[in-house]
Design a protein. Sequence first.
Length: 174
Amino acid sequence: MSNNILIVIDFQNDFVTGPLGTPEAVALIPKIEKYVEECRNKDYTIWWTKDEHYPIDSCISIEKKCIPQHCLIATEGCKIVNHMNKPYVEAVIAKNTFAFSNWYDMLFGFLPYDTIIEIIGVCTDICVISNALMIRSICPNNRIIVHSDLCTGTTPEKHNAALEVMKSCLIEVD
């Protein structure tokens, strides 16, 4: 039994085909589906993050000033990409901001040092980097791997810049 963890960050309709979607994100659908299945077969723990906002959030949130409205609760845009709605989308961690920080201590605070944490998803320059850096701060001695070919950013340039920042914080980027 593996004690490795795969975290799939925000692979939701609004980040793939919606207002924050990109052709690169659409191209990830079969790749992420395949990798999740491989990890499942290796008995990884798999966590899916899901960005969720109430309509009022868009009125009071700093995100409204910088990011198009997205992932409103109970909308199609908030759902995990349809291709992924299979029985293996089991552990979903809802969040209403870039990272699921209120869960960190509970989820990561007592991990064995040999647990490897792998991260994939969207958007590299927003939620992927935010989650990776917060996990790094709680798990300073664990291997954290961001799979660059299983992530995409709001632009290719921002994707690459985020990967470089993560490398500088001792997160492996492959």
